[in-house]
Design a protein around this ligand. Structure first.
Ligand SMILES: [Ca+2]
Length: 363
């Protein structure tokens, strides 16, 4: 109980101190005042998103000695990028960021109906080794993701949490299936995935294995059944969907690389992102700028209410239908009319980059 109280106090102090820091950062950085659970698949851009969240933690601690922010609970969804033998990569991210790794859980590795949909083994090994950043194995972790999620949620007693879902929705759907009562412990889910008014990225990224899937986005395509359980059923919690429609506004670029380089000697988080980009120039050198801050934008919309509520941010209230067939439209997300899902279809690039580099430059 004492530990829980400390966690809640730390989170509260973290959040309130962020608000007090809003003035020097320009626009307000008011953040959700609830504990955060991150469910991710350890693609390279999830690393940036966690580095961004680490910056928010550090900003919260400025001027406050002997206070330790307890990092968000992290679970690993295993139907996406990373392999889940030992959650090696997540532990590695925390190690690089000089953060204490929380209890990490791993979910199931095969999607219902579509067990053969996955990234290539080569890509998954890259994720597992943190794209060249991991110097040594980080040891095993055999916790079940759903149990870790439920342990955290039920520990909140009367409180609720916000879930940041940065991979396929497998673990979240499994949580709702196994523990239906978890629904009332969730305040909001911010999830990256889908493509509503724009084309998908599956066929573009993998024209050899999946050439026909031009309309689907990876996180939904890899597990459409789970996505449908979260997006197409009625829930008591709010869902904010951040599809390619809005992430298309925030690409990586040579300029982004240079800005992280200029900040690399200021903050550990900026240095980690810079090293990641240095080792993987394909992430920012793409001449068409088709690699985006998919997950970092989603994290920022969750954490930064000034971005979420800015007039330049467009949100459509939709009923979302997920195509669960095996046809060429499999995994497509369609807005079929007015509904409860908050679909973020547009953001201001300028505001995003301003907030991003503000966060990474303070120390
Ligand atoms: Ca991801």
């Amino acid at each position: 109980m004492k530990k829980l109280a400390l966690i809640i106090l730390s989170v509260y102090l973290f959040l309130t101190s962020l608000q007090s820091l809003s003035a020097p950062l320009g626009a307000s950085t008011a953040i959700t005042q609830l504990p955060v659970i991150v469910d991710l698949d350890a693609d390279f851009e999830d690393v940036t998103a966690l580095a961004y969240l680490e910056r928010l933690v550090q900003l919260s601690l400025m001027g406050q000695e002997q206070q330790q922010f307890v990092p968000p609970v992290v679970t690993m969804v295993c139907t996406g990028f990373g392999l889940c033998d030992n959650a090696n990569n997540i532990k590695g991210i925390y190690s690089l960021l000089n953060m204490i790794a929380p209890a990490i859980g791993s979910g199931r590795e095969q999607a219902q109906l579509f067990p053969d949909r996955h990234f290539s083994t080569e890509i998954r090994h890259e994720a597992d080794n943190l794209y060249g950043l991991l110097k040594e194995p980080m040891g095993s972790s055999k916790n079940d993701a759903v149990e870790v999620l439920w342990d955290k949620l039920k520990s909140l007693q009367s409180g609720k949490a916000v879930i940041l879902a940065l991979g396929p929705l497998t673990n979240i759907a499994d949580l709702l299936d196994r523990y239906p009562q978890s629904e009332e412990k969730i305040d909001r889910i911010f999830m990256m995935g889908g493509a509503v008014t724009v084309g998908g990225n599956v066929a573009y990224d993998d024209p050899i294995d999946f050439p026909e899937y031009t309309q689907s986005e990876w996180n939904i395509f890899l597990d459409p059944v789970s996505a449908s359980k979260v997006l197409s059923r009625r829930h008591s919690f709010q869902v904010y969907m951040v599809p390619l429609d809005s992430t298309n506004f925030v690409p990586y670029s040579q300029q982004v690389f240079q800005q992280f380089g200029a900040l690399a000697n200021k903050t550990t988080s900026a240095a980690v992102v810079y090293q990641l980009l240095q080792k993987n120039p394909q992430f920012y050198k793409d001449p068409d700028n088709t690699v985006y801050f998919w997950n970092t934008l989603t994290a920022m919309l969750m954490a930064n209410e000034s971005l979420l509520s800015d007039p330049s941010t467009e949100i459509r209230k939709c009923r979302i239908e997920v195509d669960q067939t095996s046809s060429a439209t499999s995994g497509r997300t369609t807005c079929t009319g007015a509904g409860d899902i908050n679909v973020v279809t547009k953001v201001s690039s300028q505001l995003f980059y301003q907030q991003l580099f503000n966060s990474f430059s303070w120390y």
